[in-house]
Design a protein around this ligand. Sequence first.
Ligand code: MRU
Length: 357
Amino acid sequence: MKPTNIETLKWTDDQLVLLDQTRLPEQEAYLGIQSLEELIVAIQSLCVRGAPAIGISAAYGMVLAARSITSIQPKTLYMDRLSHLAKQLMAARPTAVNLQWAVEWILSDLECQPQLPIEDIPDHILSKARYLHQDDRDRCDQMARHGQAILPEKARILTHCNTGYLATAGIGTALGVVIHAHTKGQVQQVYADETRPLLQGARLTAWECQKLGIPCTVICDNMAAALMRKGEVDVVLVGADRIAADGAAANKIGTYGLAILAHHHQVPFYVVAPFSTFDSNLAHGDLIPIEMRQPEEVGVIMGTLPVTPHDSSCWNPAFDVTPPELIHGIITERGILRPPYPSSIAQHAAAPMPSKT
Ligand code: MRU
């Protein structure tokens, strides 16, 4: 796919450099991350966000973790310490399974390298993180190609949160489909839900679309029903943070409501996600852990503007779960999965995951 000037994360000058997404769209500022502790804070404060982008950042975070362990011998003790740090990293945010997936992938690769000397471990992990980085780009490109097939000509697409370059290491998941289809002249209009409370749609999706010349109209989350009723939406495309074995998909809070609206208005509702977002260990969606965030994020917009009386009680789950019966299809890098999901997921998951060599 065509490169762009949006650089969400990169490893350079021996550090992880992140585009600080909390400051967009006002400022394009970069953060140099040199320690695991800094990365955990960056993930928790959403400087880096979006399931695949968190996963790839965590893979680089394992380099920082490995480098921080000095003068520990023998190797079994070194590995114990590394797993301890890995657990801290995996606990940074609980819902997006890509975080856990990437860290566990790095650890299991190390288990296959018993002869690797301690001093070579950080560089070895770095080469694996680079591999996962490119692998995520490739998965995004493949999802974008598969997704294009379900869009009508002159598509009017409603999306939620941010699922583009900023949320992955590549072109994106749901927004990646849009970006690719736009290059083929297939996109008439993107509607971006503003995505309260942290405004990923208004701040980030609108910013990306503007940079890429994609027509984008921001709507408040409570306007989607009226828009669908007017017949202005051909399809809803969203990403996912974790997909259970029954096909239920956790995604940014508000996604479930959108799926119900789409069902009522007979608008197709698609989830776009790579297999690194699937969790075959969870039989159904109710088992997906949902991150609860600070109530202040609801009561104060962008950390500065209070919109509720002081000390109001606020509820702030970061994600919700859309049940499989509301999902028309799940667009993955291996093709489009259709219901019944338990069998279509199992069938596509049987293809090999990226090799660790
Ligand atoms: O809290 P965030 O901004 O990390 O939530 C992100 C989302 O919900 C995305 O839709 C999801 O990660 C899929 S994007 C590739």
